[in-house]
Design a protein around this ligand. Structure first.
Ligand SMILES: [Zn+2]
Length: 411
């Protein structure tokens, strides 16, 4: 572990592109033990639709447990990484005077809070972003197939071992695919197979051989499935060449997969694996005992395995994935084949305006609620006992307030 530790210290000294450079290193020193971390994950925290409280439908227990888990994981990630994620769902939007409790269908959520928008490190924002991206991919695949195009998925990786530098192994994966696509041979293959486009998704897991960075490439062309598989095979050969040229071992066929997509259902979820949305429906362990970064967070939360190492791993992951593009569409594909509006990650995490405001909380009252760590309790109380329940709860926690019934405002 000393090597990784040394590596992290060295890399963070040498680089400027850390995640939240102002707090990343100061917040939790590398040598700090997990027991010293004040991990505030005992209580649930809710704030948005991805983490709203629903008390009426039959899935109440599942929804509340999921809310509890995902928010606990965000708290842990915030403790480890610091910066914006530590404020995600807690900080009030500057232009707002109140934080509102909004009711939509059978759910209640907070509106007026800032979100970090980090697809890599924040489980709550990742959930929202992955959900939207999955819908876009689903729609695109559906449109391509409706137009008699073929779709398939390739998985590409480069050989690595436990001590492969994460920056190097990320660079080789990202750059090799870029080089494949900018080469003369790719232009020839595009024409030969009537290429439509591709969507590239970057993912990683941690396992006995270190960080396993890989690309999921959703490849589409106006040719039949057999030809598409041949097309993918040729691309894999180009991939082998580019990886080898970067002084990595030539990838063998074991690290290559190709699957024809016959049905768009499920593909969008699969291509977005590693996201928390996936883990919500299916607590997935990557193959061969590998773990996704959010599974590492889960293990930290459950105090399972080597927590000290897991904290370092998550911090390392956060540092090196900062600023990397998770999803890249080939030119024109989104415009031509996706009906859904294109949105930036930051926009997706902000967008939630459905429902009616049922109660407003002044900034001071909300800050006291955050301090008392009762954000979820307030939503639960509202769902169960209405405003009266919330007022009683605030009183029980010694929070001073005034209630204006006509405005439904607590201040
Ligand atoms: Zn966030």
């Amino acid at each position: 572990m000393a090597k990784i530790k040394q590596n992290i210290i060295q890399q963070t000294k040498n680089q400027n592109n850390y995640l939240y450079p102002d707090t990343y290193h100061d917040k939790i020193p590398v040598h700090q033990l997990p027991s010293e971390l004040n991990l505030q994950h005992k209580k649930d925290h809710l704030d948005t639709y991805a983490s709203s409280v629903s008390i009426v439908d039959t899935q109440t227990v599942t929804v509340q447990k999921y809310n509890s888990d995902i928010n606990s994981l965000r708290n842990i990630a915030g403790e480890i990484v610091g910066g914006r994620i530590a404020d995600c769902g807690k900080k009030i939007v500057a232009s707002k005077n109140t934080v509102d409790i909004v009711n939509y269908s059978k759910s209640y959520y907070y509106s007026g809070l800032e979100h970090c928008g980090s697809v890599w490190v924040c489980p709550v924002c990742n959930y929202k972003i992955s959900k939207y991206r999955a819908e876009q991919i689903h729609n695109t695949v559906s449109n391509i197939r409706a137009g008699c195009g073929s779709v398939g998925m390739m998985v590409l990786t480069a050989p690595h071992h436990r001590w492969t530098n994460l920056q190097d192994s990320l660079d080789v994966v990202i750059n090799s695919w870029r080089k494949v696509k900018s080469g003369r041979k790719f232009i020839e293959l595009k024409q030969k197979y009537n290429y439509i486009g591709d969507i590239r998704v970057l993912q990683t897991t941690w396992g006995k051989n270190g960080w396993h960075n890989h690309l999921h490439i959703l490849l589409s062309a106006y040719c039949d499935e057999i030809e598409l598989e041949a097309f993918a095979g040729k691309l894999f050969e180009l991939w082998q060449d580019k990886v080898q040229k970067a002084d990595f071992k030539r990838p063998n066929k074991q690290g290559y997969k190709f699957t024809v997509v016959y049905d768009e259902h499920g593909i969008s979820n699969y291509i977005c694996t590693g996201g928390i949305a996936d883990e919500m429906t299916n607590v997935r362990r990557a193959k061969d005992g590998n773990r996704t970064p959010f599974e590492i967070l889960q293990d930290i939360k459950d105090n399972k395995g080597n927590t000290e190492q897991d904290i370092r791993l998550f911090r390392e992951y956060a540092t090196f994935f900062k600023g990397k593009k998770q999803l890249t569409w080939s030119k024109g594909m989104k415009n031509d084949y996706c009906d859904l509006k294109d949105k930036k990650d930051e926009q997706i995490v902000k967008d939630e305006t459905r429902g009616n405001i049922v109660l407003s909380l002044s900034k001071n009252v909300f800050k006291s609620i955050v301090k008392a760590d009762i954000r979820v309790d307030v939503l639960n109380e509202f769902a169960l006992n209405g405003i009266k329940g919330v007022l009683k709860l605030l009183k029980a926690h010694g929070i001073k307030f005034k209630y204006k019934p006509k405005q439904k405002l607590i201040l």
